[in-house]
Write a new protein. Sequence first.
Length: 284
Amino acid sequence: MGKPPRGRSVVILFLALLSAQMLLMSAQARHPRSGESLLRVWSVTAAAPILSMVHAVVSWMEHVWESYARVGEVQRENRALRQAVAELRREVARLQEEAREAERLRQLLELHRELPVRTIAARVIGRDTSVWFQSLIVNRGARHGVRSGAAVITPEGLVGRVIEVGPTVARVQLITDERSGVGAAIGILEETRAIGVVTGSNEALCRMRYVPGSEPVQEGEMVYTTGQDGIYPRGLPIGRVIAVRRGSALVSHDILIEPAARLSRLEEVLILLERPQEVRLPTP
């Protein structure tokens, strides 16, 4: 490559010297109002847009960080509030259960006081409601005066009878057990001829058999013990008729009974320590 023309070099040198002279003059020159160096004023003016942009970016980042910090604080507060709500719900559930237990015990105590026979309250501590058995374990036994065959009731009605007795516990056969049998009458014994036997089926309901097909039976009627089975006193509510497969003069009715006592949710029961001829539960 050849050398640049001499004239171009002179022009470049001239421009360089001129620029240097102008910078020197601007450095020495002062702004008429502020007295600042013109060079400083020009540099600040040129850098102002860049500085503004940098300031805007920094402000935006600070805002984002503050928002993130606030979100974290809100999340922590939400977690604390959720925990507090969960604790309150557990406390409410506990208090509700205690209130239900207190009401059940109050009803048992009233029944214990009103019945003309000796009784003892017992708590259900186990249950066997399989396809083969329907029974409960209660925390009262021979030391408390419980005997085999004793009737077990609630304020609603008949539960079953004691079939095994240990020193401090006993097993109660429910009326829904298929091996259970209760002499029963539909309605008041003195006013009805609809007499039969209530048996269990290892399910939630019972069946009443041997009621003559000629006897009128209506859904909704109450069924009571007759006392003729030698196990239960007369007059205890067994349940309510919910369905009838009607028989005839030669075929007995097939009657479905819903137990009066809520057998699937029993927590406490009352055991009769004596066997009177008749027991009438107070009307709620």
